[in-house]
Design a protein around this ligand. Structure first.
Ligand code: SF4
Length: 235
């Protein structure tokens, strides 16, 4: 039984899915869900995780580390998602520990913290970044709850695209067809990508309206606008 709260980035781990067959195309992976996000997308499917992570119990780091140590041979990778992982303090330390299992790491990001992405890339702590392009730059204020201006969206994503051009194997890009986006918007966003990159279109599933209970027995499996995790959640 855990006697103290996790330290560092581990206290942001508010969900763990031990096996996903669809999150990382072509791979069997486990998923760590980190609470907190720098955006306020009105279509967010992980709103509790993103904005009120303390409504969810922290996951015992020892159980995740044991799982990674014992099951690494059955997995092809580890996904780090959120919320927004690049907003997590001490993320590099958590990734260093995850890396000890020897598995490739994918990190999901909204791309609005390119400094962190660059640092993780240079440190070799992440193998693949799955970057969400929300839509046309001009739509970012509406799509992100006015957390990101058009100018900031352009500047941040252009830095991400430059990294992707330099390291094409380390990035892929996705967009979710939220109700506000037209086909023309999606085409506009697709046009931002560097040559030879594709923009994967993902269906939008409306968020649930209820908040999860704080009770451990009802520990939520955090949803995500890009993926709806199923399976076992360890806590
Ligand atoms: S959709 Fe993603 S980027 Fe937007 S608020 Fe939710 S977790 Fe953050």
């Amino acid at each position: 039984m855990r006697t103290s709260e996790p330290a560092g980035a581990w206290k942001y781990v508010r969900g763990f899915e031990n096996l996903s067959l669809c999150d990382w195309p072509g791979r069997h992976c486990c998923i760590l869900f980190l609470g907190g996000c720098n955006l306020r997308c009105p279509t967010c499917h992980n709103a509790v995780l993103a904005w009120d992570m303390h409504a969810l119990p922290a996951v015992d780091p020892a159980r995740i580390k044991t799982y990674l140590r014992d099951r690494a041979g059955w997995l092809d990778g580890v996904t780090i998602t959120g919320g927004e992982p690049t907003a997590t303090p001490y993320l590099a330390e958590l990734l260093l520990e995850v890396r000890k299992c020897g598995l490739p790491v994918k990190l999901d990001t909204n791309g609005m913290r390119p400094d962190v992405v660059q640092e993780l890339l240079e440190l070799g702590l992440v193998d693949v970044f799955a970057v969400d392009v929300k839509g046309p730059y001009a739509a970012y204020p509406a799509l992100t709850g006015h957390a990101v201006s058009e100018i900031a969206a352009r500047a941040n994503l252009e830095r991400i695209f430059a990294m992707a051009e330099a390291r094409p194997g380390a990035f892929y890009f996705r967009i979710t067809r939220v109700p506000a986006l037209t086909d023309g918007d999606i085409a506009t966003a697709r046009g931002y990508l560097p040559q030879n990159f594709t923009l994967t279109l993902q269906d939008y599933v409306p968020p649930k309206t209820h908040l999860p209970s704080r009770r451990k027995s009802e520990h939520a499996q955090p949803d995500h606008e890009e993926r709806r995790p199923v399976g076992n959640v360890v806590n």
